[in-house]
Design a protein around this ligand. Structure first.
Ligand code: G3P
Length: 219
């Protein structure tokens, strides 16, 4: 499974890239609005440091507008995935863009049918919103991801399942078990994934035993 970072903050992306387990970046208008810099500057900084897929979202509500924005975003760099909501206009625009070879991530996906249609119009990624589905259905988000997986496997669709709206560390392991191709994870949750109380306890004992022994490194 690939791991993306779900943020538009260049500092978080820079740090996560150093950790070594990040394959790409997803942004959205809300995340971009939190950075506090002009959007063009933010995108330029992100694209300057990320080689993997970077999802940049359109804002227009009509197909013509989405296509216009999508074309402009896709021209910025070859690793840009145009992020388009699962609306009727979004499907129409996605079909137009994918027919021209432009990579699309269909977002705001809340049903198996929306995911099915994203595959039909040639999206590279579909983003089922696990956390928000969980919030509205009393914890059925993981079932949602596995149902999309089942449908995609039935028909050998090439669209990748990009589990989004990850709200805690459990969500990450759940989507890995459910067969998501990618999970996009906020910075704080990525860091929390490395954490385990027994690792900390074990490390403290190793340090104490090492100090007591008088052994030294490097050899
Ligand atoms: O990038 C889209 C998605 O991950 C947003 O998540 O937490 O706003 O539901 P959230």
């Amino acid at each position: 499974m690939q791991l993306f970072i779900d943020t538009a903050k260049p500092d978080e992306i820079r740090q996560a890239l150093k950790w070594g387990f990040i394959d790409g970046v997803t942004t959205n208008p809300t995340l971009a609005s939190e950075v506090g810099k002009p959007y063009k500057d933010v995108i330029t900084e992100i694209l300057g440091m990320v080689n993997g897929p970077v999802s940049l979202e359109t804002i227009a509500d009509d197909a013509v507008g989405i296509v216009r924005e999508g074309l402009a975003l896709s021209k910025l760099q070859s690793n840009v995935y145009v992020k388009i909501p699962c609306t009727l206009a979004g499907y129409e625009a996605t079909k137009t863009l994918t027919s021209e070879g432009i990579k699309v991530n269909m977002t705001l996906c809340f049903s198996v049918n929306q995911a099915l249609l994203a595959a039909k119009v040639g999206a590279s990624f579909v983003s089922p919103y696990l956390g928000r589905v969980d919030d509205f259905t009393d914890g059925l988000g993981d079932e949602f991801i596995s149902r999309v997986r089942h449908v995609y496997d039935n028909y050998h669709f090439k669209t990748k399942i990009l589990a989004a709206s990850i709200h805690d560390v459990e969500h990450v392991s759940q989507v890995a078990e459910m067969g998501a191709d990618i999970a996009t994870v906020p910075f704080a949750i990525l860091r929390e994934m490395t954490d385990h109380p027994l690792t900390k306890l074990g490390q403290a004992k190793f340090h104490k035993d090492w100090q007591d022994s008088g052994l030294t490194l490097p050899i």
